[in-house]
Design a protein around this ligand. Sequence first.
Ligand SMILES: Cc1ncc(COP(=O)(O)O)c(C=O)c1O
Length: 283
Amino acid sequence: MQEILYLNGSFFPSEEAKISVMDRGFLFGDGVYELIPVYKSKPFLLDQHLDRLEISLNLIGITKEQINFSEINDAINELISVNQYKEHSIYIQITRGVDKARQHIFDKNNKPTVLIMGQPYKKYCVSEIEKGFTACIQDDYRWTKANIKSTSLLANVMLKNLATKMNRYEAILIRDNKLTEGSASNVFILSKDIIKTPKLSYKLLSGVTRNLLIDLLRKNTIEVSECDISKEEVLSAQEIWCSSSTNPVVPIVTIDDISIGSGKVGKFTLDAYKIMNDYINQY
Ligand SMILES: Cc1ncc(COP(=O)(O)O)c(C=O)c1O
């Protein structure tokens, strides 16, 4: 059975859905997106993802009035139901729509293109988590509006592919000698027995998983500091993990062949993994 997706108010089998070559998303990467995980056929933290979508739209000048959020909500539920998604990802991609010419200046009356589609994701099993993953350190050469969840992901794509070519799970990014995030994840470290993650700024995405993890850890009386973290502190950390919606806690045990802590997945990381999994299972 072909997957059904939603495009601009209608539902189509995926191969029949078409977008104009004049769409600004294609021409300029002029758009924003969200990924919402689905667990047991239920979208996880939908409100938080839609709130962040609204923030991204606002930051690129697409107004709330141009987007029908209740239709997006209904479309997500419809796609889960018709495609029988149980454990899945849902992408919402919104671009600044179709233009008459390829021109940088946009017409603010353009009708945004709204695409919602599902995609299976690879969830790591417990034995993979317990074994841990590797990473490399790279310069964060992305633009300095990384707080916008933009579809212009060229730098992230290049960095993730570089990491993959080096057989690493993730590229951990450093700007001005400070940790920002991963190419497709936020980063937590354990240093001097305190869990730390970079404080929010325009240099990194306000990860929905990051924010939930901080809340859950603090509720479990585990201290978390949101602060500047130097490259040296990353490399000498006792533990490191990456967080994202598809894999909420991914332990990193080596960076560029340097062992992190004992080189084995640490206690705090496994606690975070368990706390998050319990929350997802009860959701
Ligand atoms: C650059 C970047 N940072 C952080 C994240 C994690 O965000 P979230 O937890 O909302 O999935 C992602 C997720 O795709 C990302 O691409």
